[in-house]
Design a protein around this ligand. Structure first.
Ligand code: ADP
Ligand code: MG
Length: 704
C-alpha cells in the first residue's frame, strides 16, 4: 500500500486492535488500553491477549484471527521476541497500519537491527505501514484517539508534532496541558524503520486539522525526499524543526577545500533554508513559537508596537526587536493623537507606548486596541509589571477581550513577575493569548514567525535549468580513472570533465617529458603555467609544484625539471604522472566553486572567495542539488565576495551570469555523476561583465 494511504488509515481507523493488551496496571499494554478507551475513540477496540478475559469492559480476544471483522490499525506492545510473529498475523488478517511500541530493535545492536529489517520485509509483503518500533505511539485529537502509553491526552488544537524522542514527547505533553497548547496529531517516530519524518510531514501537510508542523529529529532518513516534501508544504503551512545531534557525515575525512569547509551540520542548515523550514535553536524556542502561532495569525510584516507600564521593559523589548529582525513601528498620527487624548500628559505616546505605572486594565485595553487598529502595526507586544496600582487579573481579562475584537493581528503579552502572575497567565492562556515571563522570549517567537513569512514568500516555483553536456566523455574519463585504480583525478582529466559540461577552463594537457612539454606549450601559446601531475599531490603550490608565467621553451624546460625535483624532494612517495602544461589565464577575481557529498542530502555545492586563503577567510555558502537559478543567485549573494562582484568603489561588476551558469553546471554535473564525491574549482577567475569566467585549477575525487 502507498505510504500516504497507510497513514490516512492510521489517522482515521475504524477499528484498532491492541496486541499485548493487559489487565495489569503499570504494564504498557494496560496504559495503551486505558488511553484508547479514555480518549473517547468511537471506533471498535479489540484487546488481544492469549489469556483472554476482559479489559476496561472490552472482551479480550486470544488471537487476532478470532476476530471476525476487519482490523485497520494494530498497536503492538507484545515483548520484542514475539513481535515478528504477531506482525505476520497482522499481515494475514489484512491490518493496514501498525504502531509498534515494543522496543528492543535497531537501538539494541546488530541482532535487533536484523529483526527490524525482517519486520519491514513482512510489512512490505502485506502492504502494511509501520510506525516505530520503539516508540510512544500515536495520538489524533481530532478523531479523537490516543494509542500511546503517555500519561494523558493533549488538548485538541492545530499543531501537528512528530518527534524522534518519545520521552521528550511525554514532557511536552505535560507542559502543553499547563500552557493550554493544543495538538492535532502527536506522533512518536521511534526507530523510523518504515515510516519516517518525511512521510508524516507529508501527511501533516495534507491534514486539514493541522495548520502548523513541529518536528524534533536527531537525523533525517532521506534528505532529498524531506526537502521535496517540505518545499511543497511550506507555502501554505509553517514547518519548524529542532535538529539535535551531529550528523555522521561530518566524520569523514576531506581532502578538498570544499570538504574541509563543510561542517557536520552544514547540510541540515542548508536543507532547511532551501526548503523554507525554520530551524529553532532550542526546545524552549520551538514551543514559544508554537505558543504564539497556535490560534494566532501570522504577522503580515515586521512592524511591532509595544505597550508597557514601565520604561525598562519597554527598552529591553525594543532592543530585542532590533537584534532579531523586527522593527519598532512608527505609529500613525491619528493613533498618536488618540493616545495623547486618552493618556495622562506624562505618558509616552510614541512607540513604545508607556501608559505609566498607574495604568489600569481599561487603559491597557484602550492603548492595545488603538495600536491593533493602526495600519502601520503588524504585531503587538503588551508588557506588564506588577506595580502598586496594577490590576493584573483585570488587565489579563481586558487583553483577552481586545484580542477577540481584533483577532487578525498577532498579539503577545509579557507579564513579568512570579506568584502574582500565576492567575493572570492562566486567564491569558485560556483566552488564547500567548503569555511569557520575559520580553526576549516573546520577541524571539514573534521574530521566528516573521522569518517564516519571509521564507515562504521567497520560495519560488522554478524549474532546474539543464545545460548541454557531453556525458559520454565524462563517463569515459571516469572509467579510465577507475581502471587506473585511482580516486583522485589528474588536473588534465578534471579540466576535461568541467569542459564537457561547458565550463570555461584554461586549456591544460599532460606532458611526460620536457620535449613534450615544450611542444604542448608551443601549441597552447606562451605564456604558460606548469603544474605537477600526481594524484597524491592535491595542493600543488605547497610543494613548489607550480610555475606560472613561463615565456620561453627554455623556461619551460627548466620549470619541468625543477617541478619534478621538488615533488621528489617533498613528496618522495608520490606517484608522478608528469607535468601539466596550462595556458596562462588573465587574472580575475579569485573564486571557489566546489562540491562535497552528504550521506542524507546528497551533493552540496559551495561557492565563495577563492585562492589560497579560502580556509582562513571562510567566506563561503552552500546549496543542495538540484539548484535553480534563484538558488545560484542567492548562494552568491550570501557571501561577502558576492557583494564585491556587483562592483563596488568604482570597480566594474563581474560577469555574474557566467558565474551562475558555472555554479549551475557544477550542480548538474555532480547530480548526473554520483561517483564524483568531491570537487573543487579553486580558483575560478571571474572577469568583467560580458567577459565570462575561467577555471584554472579543477580537482576531483571519485568514490570507492
Ligand atoms: P594549488 O591550488 O594546487 O596549489 P593552483 O592550480 O590553484 O594550485 O595554482 C595556484 C595559484 O596559481 C592559483 O591560485 C592562481 O593564482 C595561479 N594559477 C594557477 N594556474 C594558473 C593559470 N593557468 N593562469 C593564471 N594563474 C594561475
Ligand atoms: Mg588551487
Amino acid at each position: 500500500m502507498d505510504r500516504q494511504k497507510g497513514i490516512d488509515v492510521l489517522f482515521n481507523p475504524r477499528s484498532i486492535a491492541v496486541l499485548g493488551a493487559s489487565e495489569t496496571k503499570g504494564k504498557l499494554g494496560n496504559d495503551v488500553m486505558r488511553n484508547l478507551v479514555d480518549s473517547g475513540f468511537d471506533g471498535r477496540i479489540y484487546p488481544i491477549n492469549p489469556s483472554g478475559g476482559e479489559i476496561l469492559d472490552h472482551k479480550v480476544f486470544r488471537k487476532l484471527s478470532d476476530i471476525a471483522s476487519d482490523i485497520d490499525v494494530a498497536v503492538v506492545v507484545v515483548p520484542a521476541r514475539a513481535v515478528l510473529q504477531v506482525v505476520e498475523e497482522c499481515g494475514q488478517k489484512g491490518v493496514k497500519a501498525l504502531v509498534i511500541i515494543t522496543a528492543g530493535f535497531k537501538e539494541t545492536g546488530l541482532e535487533g537491527a536484523e529483526a527490524e529489517k525482517k519486520l519491514v520485509a513482512i510489512a512490505e509483503k502485506y502492504g502494511m505501514v509501520i510506525q516505530g518500533p520503539n516508540c510512544l505511539g500515536f495520538i489524533n485529537t481530532a478523531r479523537p484517539y490516543n494509542a500511546t502509553f503517555a500519561a494523558g491526552t493533549p488538548q485538541k488544537g492545530t499543531i501537528a508534532f512528530a518527534s524522534q524522542s518519545g520521552a521528550l514527547m511525554t514532557g511536552i505533553l505535560d507542559w502543553s496541558l499547563m500552557e493550554k497548547i493544543g495538538f492535532s496529531k502527536f506522533v512518536s517516530l521511534g526507530n523510523k524503520a518504515h515510516l519516517d519524518e518525511s512521510d508524516f510531514v507529508e501527511a501533516f501537510g495534507r491534514d486539514p486539522d493541522s495548520t502548523f508542523i513541529l518536528l524534533y529529529v536527531e537525523s533525517i532518513v532521506n534528505g532529498r525526499k524531506f526537502v521535496e516534501v517540505c518545499k511543497s508544504i511550506v507555502p501554505h503551512k509553517p514547518i519548524f524543526v529542532i535538529k539535535a545531534g551531529v550528523s555522521a557525515a561530518g566524520a569523514r575525512a576531506a581532502s578538498s577545500h570544499t570538504g574541509s569547509l563543510t561542517g557536520s551540520d552544514t547540510a541540515y542548515d542548508v536543507a532547511f533554508k532551501q526548503c523554507g523550514v525554520i530551524r529553532a535553536q532550542n526546545m524552549a524556542s520551538l514551543f514559544d513559537i508554537a505558543n504564539v502561532y497556535d490560534d494566532m495569525q501570522l504577522p503580515a510584516g515586521n512592524r511591532v508596537a509595544i505597550i508597557t507600564n514601565a520604561g525598562g521593559p519597554g527598552i529591553l523589548t525594543t532592543d530585542a526587536c532590533e537584534t532579531s529582525g523586527l522593527q519598532i513601528a512608527q505609529l500613525a498620527p491619528a493613533t498618536i493623537e488618540y493616545l495623547k487624548a486618552n493618556l495622562p500628559p506624562a505618558a509616552a505616546v510614541y512607540n513604545p507606548v508607556d501608559a505609566l505605572g498607574t495604568a489600569l486594565a481599561q487603559d491597557y485595553a484602550m492603548c492595545t486596541e488603538a495600536v491593533l487598529r493602526d495600519e502601520n502595526v503588524d504585531a503587538v507586544i503588551v508588557l506588564l509589571t506588577p506595580q502598586a496600582m496594577t490590576q493584573v487579573s483585570e488587565t489579563a481579562q481586558a487583553l483577552v477581550e481586545s484580542h477577540q475584537k481584533y483577532p487578525q493581528k498577532p498579539m503577545v503579552t509579557v507579564f513579568m513577575g512570579g506568584n502574582s502572575m500565576v492567575y493572570p497567565r492562566i486567564i491569558l492562556s485560556e483566552g488564547k493569548v500567548p503569555v511569557f515571563d520575559f520580553p526576549e522570549r516573546a520577541v524571539k517567537a514573534l521574530a521566528e514567525l516573521y522569518k517564516y513569512v519571509v521564507r515562504r514568500s521567497s520560495l519560488k516555483d522554478e524549474s532546474v535549468p539543464k545545460f548541454k553536456a557531453d556525458e559520454k566523455r565524462v563517463q569515459q574519463i571516469l572509467d579510465n580513472v577507475r581502471k587506473d585504480k585511482r580516486r583522485v583525478l589528474l588536473g588534465s582529466e578534471a579540466h576535461a570533465i568541467a569542459e564537457a559540461y561547458g565550463i570555461p577552463v584554461a586549456r591544460i594537457r599532460l606532458a611526460t617529458s620536457s620535449e613534450e612539454a615544450k611542444s604542448i606549450a608551443a601549441e597552447l601559446g606562451y605564456p604558460v603555467v606548469l603544474k605537477i601531475a600526481s594524484p597524491d599531490i592535491v595542493h600543488k603550490s605547497d610543494i613548489g609544484g607550480i610555475k606560472v608565467g613561463l615565456q620561453t621553451p627554455e623556461e619551460v624546460e627548466a620549470a619541468f625539471q625543477l617541478i619534478l625535483e621538488n615533488a621528489r624532494t617533498y613528496m618522495p612517495k608520490a606517484i608522478i604522472y608528469g607535468v601539466d602544461i596550462q595556458e596562462m589565464a588573465d587574472k580575475g577575481k579569485e573564486l571557489i566553486v566546489g562540491c562535497s557529498r552528504d550521506l542524507q542530502f546528497g551533493p552540496l555545492v559551495m561557492f565563495g572567495a577563492g585562492g589560497i586563503f579560502v580556509n582562513y577567510l571562510k567566506d563561503v555558502a552552500f546549496r543542495l542539488v538540484p539548484m535553480t537559478r534563484s538558488d545560484a543567485t542567492e548562494l552568491i549573494d550570501e557571501t561577502k565576495i558576492g557583494t564585491l562582484l556587483k562592483g563596488v568603489r568604482g570597480e566594474a561588476p563581474s560577469d555574474l551570469q557566467a558565474l551562475q551558469d558555472t555554479i549551475l553546471k557544477i550542480s548538474q554535473l555532480v547530480d548526473d555523476f554520483p561517483q564524483i564525491v568531491e570537487l573543487d574549482i579553486n580558483p575560478l577567475f571571474a572577469y568583467e561583465r560580458g567577459k565570462g569566467v575561467s577555471a584554472v585549477d579543477v580537482k576531483m575525487t571519485i568514490g570507492e
